[in-house]
Design a protein around this ligand. Sequence first.
Ligand code: ZN
Length: 49
Amino acid sequence: MRVGVTLACSECKQRNYTTTRDKKKQGEKIEKKKYCRFCNTHTLHKEIK
Ligand SMILES: [Zn+2]
């Protein structure tokens, strides 16, 4: 079962990305380093509800 999740910048809290996650395979929350156009650099993006 795949669920949609939103990734938010850990610096400015903007919600920059959406992705899907397999609940069975991945129990932990997603954290990815992605480009944030608000911070104008790569920052850590974390899954939010
Ligand atoms: Zn940001």
